[in-house]
Design a protein around this ligand. Structure first.
Ligand SMILES: Nc1ncnc2c1ncn2[C@@H]1O[C@H](COP(=O)(O)OP(=O)(O)OP(=O)(O)O)[C@@H](O)[C@H]1O
Length: 324
């Protein structure tokens, strides 16, 4: 764990309003080993929080605690305003969970799986049938609706699993690694579905090992490592706190490269590629000053690229490990 990067205080987002998920001082140990060592999480209503962490970081355990599947050793949880320790039924009614281990029954058709969920939610038969039909259409599963789910592709099963979660109209959804093992096209479809749910006001806590997934979907990201949240913020805030941004300048000839190298303070140079790399802080004013110095010295730049750090850089800086 890299403690050099300070963790910002969790600032409630005034635009998003009230918290749909909040946890304070959450602890859980298995056989004396602390898996979660006092974590705080807040997810504002209608937003997505990505809980990011390497294998075994405790993401699934956190979801299990928040969804009443496991009891915390310590800590305070509120889901949609309810305390799961006091009112687990209300929490279960308000939440949906789509896990790594799907609730889909392969012997039943897609439609039958949905109707079974409707029965579990005690919906009147006609309402259940209508809802199943709507969800099959929305998730583009209507053609396969009456085939056994065992014949579905991985992506179709994930979609059906999420559709089953939506039968109960949950306000808060926990998605535990929703796209692990999916091909790129199915991942994008799942992302679109998740964005659609958020647009309707659903609150989502998503666990993922994929940094690009957090970048694509999450309003805020919390990085879990060693049982603690080691960083929390918007993807842009996290990236801004990580060094690694640079500017690359390419020149037409060696003369221009030498002139620029003498003028600036490059971090590296490539004589064959005729490029210089300079550290960048992401500010436009820094870039403007740099170009003015070259201009004043009549040094021509052929091309310029700006590299901003991505979540991969963040993850590496915080956990010392590469992302998935
Ligand atoms: N019921 C349990 N009994 C004992 N140990 C457990 C139990 N559940 C989880 N653990 C341990 O807790 C640690 C965190 O597991 P968890 O599944 O929460 O991690 P994760 O971040 O979701 O990992 P992954 O990305 O691999 O799913 C692991 O070391 C795991 O072996």
């Amino acid at each position: 764990m890299n403690t050099a990067i300070p963790r910002p205080a969790t600032v409630p987002d005034p635009v998003a309003g009230t918290a749909a998920i909040s946890a304070r001082g959450l602890r859980k140990s298995f056989a004396g080993k602390a898996v979660l060592d006092g974590i705080d999480l807040t997810v504002q209503q209608g937003t997505v929080l990505a809980l990011l962490g390497p294998n075994g970081a405790g993401k699934t355990t956190a979801v299990h605690l928040l969804t009443t599947y496991l009891r915390p050793d310590a800590g305070d949880i509120r889901i949609a305003g309810q305390d799961p320790a006091k009112n687990p039924q209300a929490v279960r009614r308000a939440t949906g969970v789509t896990g790594q281990f799907s609730a889909v029954d392969g012997y039943l058709t897609g439609r039958e799986n949905l109707l079974l969920m409707a029965d579990l939610h005690l919906l009147p038969k006609a309402v259940g049938r209508r809802k199943a039909g709507e969800l099959l259409e929305r998730f583009e599963l209507d053609e396969a609706a009456d085939k056994p789910a065992s014949t579905y592709s991985g992506g179709m099963k994930r979609k059906l699993d999420l559709a089953m979660t939506l039968v109960g109209d949950p306000k808060v959804i926990f998605l535990d690694e929703p796209t692990t093992g999916l091909d790129p096209r199915s991942r994008r479809t799942m992302w679109d579905i998740i964005r659609g749910l958020v647009a309707e006001g659903t609150t989502i806590l998503l666990t993922t090992q994929y940094l690009d997934e957090a970048d694509q979907l999450a309003h805020r990201v919390a990085v879990l490592d060693g049982g603690r949240i080691v960083a929390e913020g918007t993807p842009a805030e996290l990236k801004a706190r990580i060094p690694g941004g640079h500017i690359e300048l390419t020149f037409a000839d060696r003369g221009a490269l030498d002139a620029a190298a003498a003028l600036l303070d490059p971090t590296s140079r490539d004589d064959d590629g005729l490029t210089l790399q300079l550290a960048a802080d992401g500010r436009v004013s820094t870039l403007r000053t740099l170009l003015k110095r070259l201009d004043d010295a009549a040094v021509e730049v052929e091309s310029l690229t700006v590299h901003t750090p991505d979540l991969d850089d963040v993850f590496f800086a915080l956990t010392g490990r590469k992302g998935a």
